[in-house]
Ligand binder design. Structure first.
Ligand code: SAH
Length: 229
């Protein structure tokens, strides 16, 4: 919920990444590398400032998350985004994080976005095509699908990493079911006041949940409810 910097001081993707490192939000080389490789500027609407630390409206009552939230989620999921692993991005919006996941799991892995606004599925596909993840979209290790993400995406389950980009009233059971033992889900939970929860599935299938921080996301809901505002 904080904002670490504002204004136009940062006008390049590299400067944004350096700021995230300076504020201690990016802590690993791998997360810095992927955020350097996937230019956030390709994922925000034309004419909006891409490198300021704030969410930006993308239409349909949705927003692209602030850079510090993207970095936080990448850090939390890093161990579960190794080459060859499977990652699911629910409420993939602009496709930014789906593209980051795809770069990290690589061509032998799977990065799957699910978004319920078909227009955002189309525009996110176009964004990804302009980015460094284009070849992964072409070869099929990255895909974005139109659907209700509360049901997950069973086709490529189980997942090592699940990210939910919209706040759930409670954690949807299909997402827990589609998490691999040893897998981790990062999900904002709550209505007005939300917690970013880290859900780990242990090797015996049991679940451990902890709260990372307070956040403010758009709701994980039905398409109709979202479009009504
Ligand atoms: N991580 C994305 C966040 C976009 S905002 C980004 O930074 O670009 C949250 C997204 O979740 C919106 O695009 C919204 O349309 C989508 N969403 C909300 N409820 C959903 C649901 N039930 N199924 C799929 N997508 C959903």
């Amino acid at each position: 919920m904080e904002q670490y910097w504002s204004g136009n001081a940062v006008n390049q993707n590299k400067g944004m990444v350096e700021n995230l490192q300076r504020y201690g939000i990016i802590q690993s080389r791998k997360v810095a590398e992927v955020m350097e490789t996937i230019d956030r500027g390709l994922f925000v609407p034309n004419g909006t400032p891409p490198y300021v630390d704030s969410p930006i409206p993308i239409g349909y009552n949705a927003t692209i998350s602030a850079p510090h939230m993207h970095a936080t989620c990448l850090q939390l999921l890093e161990e579960n985004l190794q080459p060859g692993m499977h990652a699911l991005d629910v409420g993939s919006g602009t496709g930014y994080l789906t593209a980051c996941f795809a770069m990290m799991v690589g061509p032998q892995g799977r990065a799957v976005g699910v978004e319920h606004i078909p227009e955002l599925v189309s525009s996110s596909t176009e964004n990804i095509q302009k980015s460094a993840a284009a070849s992964l979209l072409k070869d099929g290790s990255l895909s974005v699908h139109s659907g209700d993400g509360r049901q997950g995406w069973p086709e490529f389950a189980p997942y090592d990493a699940i990210h939910v980009g919209a706040a759930a009233k409670e954690i949807p059971q299909p997402l827990i079911d589609q998490l691999k033992p040893g897998g981790r889900m990062v999900i904002p939970v709550g209505v007005l006041f939300q917690d970013l929860q880290v859900v780990d599935k242990n090797s015996d299938g049991s679940i451990s949940i902890r709260t990372e921080t307070s956040v403010r996301y758009v709701p994980l809901t039905s398409k109709e409810a979202q479009l009504q505002g």
